[in-house]
Design a protein around this ligand. Sequence first.
Ligand code: ATR
Length: 275
Amino acid sequence: MTRRVCIIGHPVAHSRSPMLHGHWLKTYGIEGEYGREDVAPEDFPDFLRDLEANGYVGANVTVPHKESALATVDVADATARAVGAVNTVWIDGGKLHGSNTDVHGFMANLDANAPGWDNTRDKAVILGAGGASRAAAYGLAQRGFGSIVLVNRTLDRAEKLVADLGGHPLQAAAWSDLDDHLKEAGLLVNATSLGMAGKAGLAVDLDALPQTCVVTDLVYVPLETSLLAEARARGNRVVDGLGMLLHQAVPGFEIWFGRRPEVTGDLRNLIVADL
Ligand code: ATR
């Protein structure tokens, strides 16, 4: 029987997940399907609870349903609970299970594209305090970083995120203190929406940044943001955000279709051509 999976969002037409999973299904000759479901927020909990009756063995969940998915699944793993959002759902023993694979995507992207990036694990600086920042902060804390500083325009929001994730090694900081933190950073992450095509650019002075600092941007349209271009020009290692999208899809595919897929150059090129 064909195993069917979908991405549920609202809107969902822009999602690249069908292309990504479709590529793996074809590459590995797996009899499966990966489609889209545009579901309005008021209909989402029922749709998810009836996932099997709707013909699916699992699903990805995207904006605006990730928090609602956490509240709806029967079993959420520790990562989903910590991040406060579910993006991957499967059915096991008649129960709906949920996880958040953005954390894996963020970490695996760095592991794959900047080997040794976490050798010292001293200090990471994250710009932003939304959902993307939360996944990155949790991943870095789990990896054992000694200090993770969240810098956000709205300081309250960073403070709340730090408190939610249990405080130390996380701390919130104001933009005015950014330089002091940058000068000790081993990793700089842009988890704001600044730099995205059509939005304002991210204006950060990188002068204080050590040469050894790895810089990553969760924005991937454009692929090379001005932050990454500037960091690259200074000689810092840079990792773009597209890899996070590719790597976050790996655990879901493995759970639904029983094969751990590879993030290859071919897959990347396929998605790049569609950006
Ligand atoms: P996501 O879930 O993708 O992380 P989000 O929750 O909308 O998205 O968060 C967007 C992040 O970009 C926030 O940290 C936001 O800062 P505020 O919390 O102060 O809103 C940041 N951001 C968006 N536009 C910004 C701007 N013009 N200047 C500075 N920060 C900005």
